[in-house]
Design a protein around this ligand. Sequence first.
Ligand SMILES: CC(C)=CCC/C(C)=C/CC/C(C)=C/COP(=O)(O)OP(=O)(O)O
Length: 232
Amino acid sequence: MDGNRRYSKQHNLIQGAGHRLGFRSLMSMLKYCYELGVKYVTIYAFSIENFKRSPDEVQSLMDLMEEKIKGLINEESIVNQYGVRVYFIGNLKLLSKPVRLAAERAMEATAKNSRAVLLICIAYTSTDEIFHAVLESCEEKRDKKGEKSMIDVTDIERHMYMGVTPDPDIIIRTSGESRLSNFLLWQSGNCLLYSPPVLWPEIGFRHLVQAVLDFQKHFCYLNNQKKIWSDV
Ligand SMILES: CC(C)=CCC/C(C)=C/CC/C(C)=C/COP(=O)(O)OP(=O)(O)O
């Protein structure tokens, strides 16, 4: 969700307004996704790197997160309207207690929803996720004596935070940037990176449709297996 602050500056808005508009865009995009039948959506809401921003900005983003996470479980929220199970993914112990508690409550409150899955990456970077998965795999091996002693790729994958979702088909990063910025490095080896030239608060339905059409131009599913058209 890149470009909230730039949008705010371009439109002379008060500090934080861009992120509020960004949240509104997020809700619209989720509604479009669920209407189109997209089952898994993962969003990069706050990276570990983002903690290096000014204390004022970090605090106001955390306040916004807490408010919006609490709102996610209201009866009329998109999450409840579409039966979405929410997971918060990342190094959650880096979050302040109120945000962590709100996240835990939202995960509990939506645990029985099963029509779609929303993963919210917060205090997340991909390298941190991989490091955590390798560490847990090694600890598991150390604790289970008598089994093979080396970890393998399947062990690491089992311990990834993202283990609850398939690898992505499409990553959409706004503001025309085609960098991953430490997002889903392990999972994105075979996916389309779509970078519409708009700031996140400006994203709309047409960008989502364009992303899906671009995906269909390059990839297809055959016998449930994702293939690149040129290899078919
Ligand atoms: C509960 C929930 C999911 C809340 C989400 C709140 C929200 C919209 C967070 C986005 C935060 C963020 C760092 C956006 C990137 O724009 P930027 O600040 O990097 O903008 P720039 O690229 O113009 O500097």
